[in-house]
Design a protein around this ligand. Structure first.
Ligand SMILES: *Cc1c(COP(=O)(O)O)cnc(C)c1O
Length: 379
């Protein structure tokens, strides 16, 4: 190969805060693994999308929107906001659709965090919050989770200080899976000082059992709280990039100052609206399959001598004992065509996360893991 020149950037060009961030390591793409290991059928249980395709009405809406993509999308996404008002009970003026929760995290951090400000969160948890805060030059204060992955809200409250601007609760937490109790969450929010904005990341809201927390209801009741949800998980639209934030109208207006006005594409808006229309008939069946299969996979892992953390989401996380063993198991699963997620970047390098898939995919994962563990013992 011809050696290519490596163009250097001018010294001092890039903001030093970015030194504190490592590049996102995506889960291995299916085709990649297929090619490298020469395996035709590869299952990817690595990124928590879940197995379900978009709802039929969403696919139809994407098709129907294709001819119109010559034009920019509605920058206000009003049809989607109105549909979300109907779905959540939060007034449309208190809802901001965005390019997935990830896009909204970037907006919140851009609008609020300045060098020297602090964001408080639990760790291990969803890394985008951490990365975007660091990118803004803010300091991230982290509170440990409990042994079983449950939130320690007292510990989280203890890292809130005079410079804290954002306190993030990810529930169910990714990558550990547990949800915070609704009553405990309310008490925690009540106890926060007035200078912080609490944020609740409900990416897995749809999987919560009845009686779980409901950030939308809290926002509708006037609580000064930002809540983010997504169409990427239970709705099966991860590839389109659409999510939404609910919060005080003043926050929505503020985020409007930093957002790119056309950040949610027309097909994404149309598919999200159509999905909400079909949610009443489709969502519960999807969630039921996931929760049933989650129990099957947890039991399978237990039978293999592994302990899973309790999960209220569409994935399970299991500690393996050490970062080295996690890496070895991950590599051996890849060789058998099963892609899971090692959790180094999430702050849990000794653990592996597996997304719940179709029954045949889950079986394949458990069988491959059984083989891997057997080979491990034979060594
Ligand atoms: C998957 C996930 C997101 C990202 O969702 P997108 O809408 O696809 O950007 C955000 N938060 C948590 C906790 C997640 O697991």
């Amino acid at each position: 190969m011809r050696p290519s020149p490596v163009p250097a950037l001018p010294p001092g060009l890039v903001r030093p805060a970015l030194d504190g961030i490592s590049a996102y390591e995506p889960g291995r793409p299916i085709d990649d693994v297929r090619r490298q290991y020469g395996i035709d059928s590869v299952v990817k249980l690595a990124s928590n999308e879940g197995p379900h395709e978009p709802m039929p009405a969403a696919v139809a809406a994407i098709r129907a929107s294709a001819e119109g993509v010559r034009m920019y999308p509605d920058p206000g996404a009003w049809a989607l906001r109105d549909a979300l008002e109907g779905h959540t009970g939060v007034p449309a003026t208190q809802i901001l659709p965005g390019a997935g929760i990830d896009g909204l995290i970037a907006l919140v951090c851009a609008a609020i965090l300045y060098p020297g400000d602090e964001l408080a969160m639990a760790w291990p948890s969803f890394m985008s919050w951490r990365q975007q805060a660091i990118a803004r030059g803010a300091t991230v204060r982290t509170a440990a989770l409990r042994e079983d992955g449950a939130y320690d809200l007292e510990a989280l409250a203890a890292v809130v200080g005079p410079r804290t601007k954002l306190v993030v609760v990810v529930s169910p937490n990714n990558p550990t899976g547990q949800a915070v109790d609704a009553g405990e969450l309310t008490a925690f929010l009540d106890g926060l000082p007035a200078h912080v904005l609490p944020v609740l990341d409900e990416a897995y809201f749809e999987y919560l059992p009845a009686g779980g927390h409901d950030g939308a209801a809290a926002v509708a009741a006037g609580r000064p709280l930002a809540v983010v949800r997504t169409f990427s998980k239970a709705f099966g639209l991860a590839g389109l990039r659409v999510g939404y934030l609910m919060g005080p109208e003043a926050l929505i207006r503020t985020l409007g100052l930093v957002r790119s006005v056309f950040d949610v594409s027309a097909p994404a808006q149309a598919a999200a609206v159509a999905s909400l229309g079909e949610a009443p008939s489709q969502l519960s069946g999807r969630v039921k399959l996931i929760t049933e299969q989650r129990a099957v996979v947890a039991e399978g892992l237990r039978d293999l001598g592994l302990t899973t953390l309790p999960s209220a989401a569409n994935f399970l996380t299991f500690p393996t004992g050490s970062p080295e063993r996690a890496a070895a198991l991950n590599g051996a699963l890849l060789e058998r065509g099963v892609i899971v997620r090692p959790l180094g970047a999430f702050g849990a390098p000794e653990s592996i996360r597996v997304t719940i898939g179709w029954p045949h995919e889950n079986t394949r994962f458990l069988q491959a893991l059984a083989e891997v563990l057997q080979a491990e013992q034979a060594e």
